[in-house]
Design a protein around this ligand. Structure first.
Ligand SMILES: C[C@@]1(CC(=O)O)C2=NC(=C\c3[nH]c(c(CCC(=O)O)c3CC(=O)O)Cc3[nH]c(c(CC(=O)O)c3CCC(=O)O)/C=C3\N/C(=C\2)[C@@H](CCC(=O)O)[C@]3(C)CC(=O)O)/[C@H]1CCC(=O)O
Ligand SMILES: NC(=O)c1ccc[n+]([C@@H]2O[C@H](COP(=O)([O-])OP(=O)(O)OC[C@H]3O[C@@H](n4cnc5c(N)ncnc54)[C@H](O)[C@@H]3O)[C@@H](O)[C@H]2O)c1
Length: 247
């Protein structure tokens, strides 16, 4: 009999939004695949070291090195390169070197992705859509990377054109709200109110919300009720309010 709880569907992977801002990531190799990996991890503000002989660098990786967007070691991988490293990504055209690096990473318990060698990956990459603070990742769990790319593009095409901007505005409003209602015990009410704003306002309204609108909206802050953008712009609480809820 089915229980009331979600059924477990094993065989997936754990999709996370890994915060690598303060982490050191070693990229082994400087070809086309490495170039793609480097974009992904620089977009996540990681500290990046690339190790690869200069002759093997493609134009994009050479550009990142010249611009000092990454630290660079001009030679083949050596085990000491793993010192102080939090994550390793390899993209080399040398299967034996890859396997050796993966084994060293396992010994040192450093999570590693060996490009295109699934059994030697602690985690896979996915196909990612990015629009400002919004990221959507599609994984087929190793079944069909090209299909992941196709699904990702289809999802992206179906999104409202301004969704990234809406997410960015909502983030700003949430930070401001936490200043207006900072107490931990206000958390549940604050969260309910924020959810209501997201549900009641259209995406277009969320996007066009200026900082002035946000300040005005927060002047109306009262758990359980959210005024319309129109009301906020009129600047006066409507009949439903017994005045701004000031903390
Ligand atoms: C999503 C993406 C992210 C990225 O790499 O950034 C990614 N591969 C991408 C493209 C791509 N890779 C390949 C093709 C050729 C067409 C085809 O085979 O379909 C294309 C298509 C293209 O180039 O357009 C070849 C390939 N890839 C892997 C193998 C080995 C194997 O399957 O055994 C082989 C076969 C080699 C061979 O046959 O010899 C393995 C992996 N590739 C993964 C990720 C992980 C699983 C992700 C998932 O299942 O969702 C995993 C397991 C490990 C990893 O590398 O992390 C990126 C698309 C990004 C985008 O465009 O949006
Ligand atoms: N390019 C693709 O679209 C693609 C698609 C599928 C699979 N792959 C696989 O991904 C891997 C990398 O592909 P690529 O296109 O980036 O290769 P590439 O030939 O462009 O680059 C390989 C890089 O590895 C470096 N390298 C080789 N041995 C090294 C070592 N011991 N230490 C440090 N650096 C070393 C080289 O200098 C070069 O920068 C390969 O295994 C390839 O088969 C690539």
């Amino acid at each position: 009999m089915k229980g009331p709880f979600p059924e477990i569907q094993g065989g997936g992977s754990l999709l996370l939004a890994w915060q690598v801002r303060t982490k050191r990531i070693l990229v082994v190799g400087g070809g086309e695949v490495a170039a793609g990996r480097i974009v992904n991890i620089l977009n996540a503000d990681a500290k990046v070291t690339v190790v690869s002989p200069r002759a093997g660098l493609n134009d994009e990786v050479a550009y990142r090195v010249d611009q000092k967007q990454v630290d660079y070691i001009d030679r083949k991988f050596e085990p000491a390169d793993l010192d102080g490293v939090d994550m390793v990504l390899t993209a080399v055209d040398d299967i034996e070197a890859s396997t050796q690096i993966y084994k060293l990473c396992q010994e040192k318990r450093i999570p590693a992705n060996i490009a295109d060698v699934p059994p030697e990956c602690d985690f896979y990459f996915g196909s990612v859509h990015r629009d400002g603070p919004l990221q959507i990742m599609v994984s087929t769990n190793g079944n069909g990377p090209k299909l992941a790319n196709i699904v990702r593009r289809q999802i992206a095409a179906s999104l409202p054109y301004n969704i990234g901007a809406a997410v960015q505005r909502v983030g700003m409003l949430r930070r401001k709200l936490r200043k207006v209602a900072p107490l931990p015990e206000e958390g549940p009410k604050r969260m309910q109110w924020m959810s209501k704003v997201c549900e009641q306002w259209t995406l277009d309204e969320l996007c066009e919300m200026t900082e002035e609108d946000m300040e005005a909206l927060l002047g109306f802050y009262k758990p359980g009720t959210v005024p319309s953008l129109e009301t906020v712009r009129l600047g006066e609480p409507d009949g439903a309010y017994d005045g701004p809820f000031l903390i």
